[in-house]
Design a protein around this ligand. Structure first.
Ligand code: NDP
Ligand code: OXD
Length: 310
């Protein structure tokens, strides 16, 4: 039996292969180009694989994503339908996301977009500065990443609310759920962070209706997926001053084409999907544990509900 590694980005495939093979010294690790027996593949480890990459693997026991988000995998109609699918839950990736959220929340809280504009105008113009406790921050998604981000922010004293599908209970965080909970979170929210998975229910959540409920001039940080955001609605909300600044790590089309208006918009900060990148050194150890769990009949961590889409 073997473990198949499929990495969509050819530039990093060799690095993943070295890390996975080292973490699984007792397994035969194969790649798509290797002449392997498809019936012998028990586990597939996948990092953004091309559609169809897992077609015809009849004895597959587990698909382990090397990414946290599984929306791309679930969009592939050829993904083996009855094989359990696990997403990556990696403390290193979680810490990395918390750093990114903290960076951008502090950037907006301390009014850096305004100070950048003042600098360009050679204007020495101090603004009144609310304390962290006076700043209302909302986090959409209270999964592995959202919970840790909330803990980091509340640890600094921010007034944090979090939203999830089911009710959660987190120390120092106002936890909300369902449509009424979303409305309560948005009401007066000054910095909104999106850490939802992309599902049939969450697509386009960052839309005109949502922006209208935020405090005027609010900051919006999208770290989830590009398809969470209605791009035209954001541009309109920025033009109207309803949204003051947006930080976007993910876009519907990545990389954005050169003519995309976000590249040059003065109130948009773009980062190239780097809020929390999977690290082969830590993710391979988690993947190896998943393979061992399958081999020994133990439960696998991070299993995805295909019905829910995350
Ligand atoms: P999880 O699956 O652990 O958590 C998902 C959270 O979203 C849960 O709290 C869940 O609620 C909530 N949720 C799902 N659907 C709804 C809904 N309809 N209404 C309200 N809440 C909902 O995901 P992770 O925290 O691990 O990751 C989140 C996403 O972050 C990934 O799917 C990926 O898209 C993105 N990501 C982005 C990266 C980047 O670099 N930009 C890096 C890694 C991930 P409940 O708790 O009730 O189940
Ligand atoms: C992920 C990502 O889902 O990098 O892990 O976006």
């Amino acid at each position: 039996m073997s473990v198949l590694l499929v990495v969509g980005n050819g530039k990093v495939e060799a690095e993943w292969f070295r890390a996975v093979a080292a973490a699984l010294p007792d397994e035969q690790v194969v790649r798509p180009g290797d002449g392997f027996d498809p019936d012998a593949v028990a586990v597939a480890l996948v990092a953004g694989p091309p559609a169809g990459a897992l077609r015809g693997l009849r004895n597959l026991l587990l698909i382990q994503s090397l990414w946290a988000g599984v929306d791309g995998l679930l969009a592939d109609p050829t993904l083996p339908a009855s094989t359990p699918l696990a997403r990556l839950v990696d403390p290193q990736l979680t810490a990395s996301m918390s750093e990114s959220v903290l960076l951008h929340v502090l950037w907006l809280h301390r009014q850096m977009p305004a100070y950048r504009r003042f600098q360009a105008e050679r204007a020495w113009r101090p603004l009144p500065q609310p304390s962290a406790g006076e700043r209302r921050v909302g986090v959409l998604g209270l999964g592995s990443l959202g919970r840790a981000a909330c803990a980091t922010l509340s640890g600094l004293g921010f007034a944090v609310s979090g939203w999830s599908r089911t009710e959660q209970d987190l120390a120092g965080v106002r936890c909300l759920s369902g449509p009424a909970g979303l409305a309560a979170l948005l009401d007066g929210c000054e910095i909104l962070v999106n850490l939802l998975p992309l599902t049939a229910e969450t697509g386009s959540v960052l839309s005109a209706g949502l922006f209208a409920r935020l405090a005027r001039g609010a900051g919006v940080i999208n770290m989830g997926r590009g398809r969470h955001l209605m791009e035209a609605d954001l541009l309109a909300a920025l033009d109207a001053g309803q949204v003051g600044h947006a930080v976007l790590d993910v876009l519907t089309v990545e990389p954005a084409p050169p003519e995309h208006p976000f590249w040059t918009h003065p109130r948009i900060t773009l980062t190239p999907h780097v809020a929390a990148s999977s690290d082969p050194r830590t993710a391979s150890a988690i993947a190896a544990e998943a393979v061992r769990a399958v081999r020994n009949g133990r439960p696998v961590a991070g299993l995805v509900s295909r019905a829910r889409g995350y």
